[in-house]
Ligand binder design. Structure first.
Ligand code: SAH
Length: 434
């Protein structure tokens, strides 16, 4: 072949295609051609079971004999022929006949002697990020490489590593999930909501599933926390709604967030609610899921790496450690010491306390824990902006926490760890990696 090959896709619906040969390769080819709607004739003295099944189910016709001159033009010319007889002479005869009759010929035995080739093909599954895509790869006569590349491309699309999302055309009119078609299958345009845990902030600490849903989203409702860097990978037409809250400043109420999710889903959009950490750990994800269900919006949750465990880890603090403690408690310190005290009272006396939203009322919380019987010299770590380049850890004690935090200028977001596990940090140091 002198020039580069010319890729093309064919509409084979109802068109005569001849497959010469009856073995497993011919069976695979025949199957693919049937799936493409071709009118398939197999010519072979014997056929394998898979071909036989296609004959039995009347999906193909079988001429139980050797290939003979004229098969490609009678009773009418074929549009395409595949030859996979396993016999080089027969394949050569078929390809010669094809050439003379101007019928494209794919030879299984010798790509170099073919006038046409089938690429390695895969189609995106319904509901996946690659839905609606056909990936077809040729690799200059190296079918294994073509298959590997095909699979890699599809995997990258589905994982969201290649964020090339499908733009849907039917998102303009509001449709309720009840507005289904007569057969009850529901309109293709009903939207859905995914509550995706984005992890503590690093772009690669989101789950594969969460990343894929993000890549397929039409609308992303995002927070101040979580992997915000991923937002820049979204296509320009993806609507990003930032409902980020800063402490003491709540620009968007939870009620409004709930309404936003439902609103966009009713417009037929795929909505991703991207949240920091895990959606169901002090993240109000449960309320968002309930609100969606109350409005008949399909909703799913994708767990995330919670900051409660991962941020201490980044600072070299395991929340449990053999010989120190076998349990930990996560509590919100947002509403002050009472909540923390209740959590601590129910826990083992040596349990690690992990406090989220604990910076603003740190002094009050620490005092209350000492008053409730925790040692004043219990080690405390304040880990700010975990898993970001600005991660910083301040180690102190319950009695020194308020003053040390003020001196260091500790700011939210930070995870507060109270317990002897903090001392492990002296041996491990920061562990967040690059
Ligand atoms: N659902 C989240 C928690 C939301 S509450 C999760 O599972 O992680 C918000 C609090 O999480 C912050 O006030 C802070 O205490 C903590 N937090 C979240 N991400 C953090 C980060 N990268 N570094 C430090 N603290 C973080």
């Amino acid at each position: 072949m002198a020039g580069p090959a010319y890729p093309l896709t064919l509409d084979l619906t109802g068109r005569r295609v001849v497959v010469v040969g009856g073995g497993p390769i011919a069976a695979r080819r025949a199957r693919g051609l049937v799936d493409a709607g071709a009118d398939v004739e197999v010519i072979a003295p014997f056929v394998c079971e898979d071909v036989h099944d296609l004959v039995e189910s009347h999906e193909i016709r079988w001429h139980e004999r050797e290939f003979v001159v004229g098969d490609l033009v009678l009773p009418e010319p074929a549009w395409l022929v595949h030859t996979a007889t396993g016999d080089r002479d027969v394949d050569t005869q078929v390809s010669r006949e094809a050439e003379a009759a101007r019928v494209w010929c794919v030879r299984a035995d010798d790509a170099g002697a073919s006038s046409a080739w089938t690429p390695a093909v895969a189609r995106g599954a319904a509901g996946s990020a690659s839905e609606g895509l056909t990936v077809a790869v040729t690799a200059g006569g190296d079918p294994r490489r073509a298959t590997a590349v095909r699979d890699a491309v599809l995997a990258a699309l589905d994982s969201g590593t290649l964020p090339v999302r499908r733009v849907r055309r039917n998102t303009a009119t509001p449709v309720g999930p009840g507005a289904g078609t007569a057969d009850g299958a529901g309109p293709a345009s009903t939207g859905r909501v995914a509550l995706v845990g984005g992890g503590p902030g690093a772009e690669d600490l989101i789950t594969v599933r969460g990343r894929a849903l993000l890549a397929a989203a039409d609308v992303v409702v995002t927070d101040r926390l979580g992997p915000r860097g991923l937002l820049s990978t979204l296509a320009p037409d993806v609507e990003v709604v930032d409902v980020g809250k800063t402490p003491g400043n709540h620009p968007v109420t939870q009620q409004r967030i709930n309404e936003l999710l439902v609103h966009h889903a009713l417009l037929g959009k795929r909505v991703v609610r991207l949240k920091g950490g895990d959606p169901f750990v002090l993240g109000r994800g449960g309320e968002e899921a309930l609100h969606c269900l109350e409005h008949d919006i399909p909703v799913e949750v994708v767990p995330g790496v919670t900051s409660a465990v991962s941020v201490p880890a980044a600072a070299g603090i395991p929340v449990t450690h053999r010989g120190i403690t076998a349990s930990f408690v996560v509590a919100s310190a947002h509403d002050g010491a009472d909540q923390v005290l209740r959590a601590a009272a129910d826990a083992a006396s040596d349990a690690t306390l992990v406090l989220l939203m604990g910076v603003t009322r740190l002094g009050e919380t620490a005092r209350a824990l000492v008053d409730a019987g925790r040692r004043p010299d219990t080690p405390v770590a304040l880990i700010e902006r975990g898993w970001t380049p600005e991660q910083r850890t301040t180690v102190t004690t319950l009695e020194g926490a308020a003053a040390d935090a003020e001196r260091a200028g500790v700011r939210a977001p930070a995870v507060v760890v109270v317990g002897d596990v903090v001392s492990v940090r002296h041996r491990l140091g920061d562990l967040a990696g690059e």
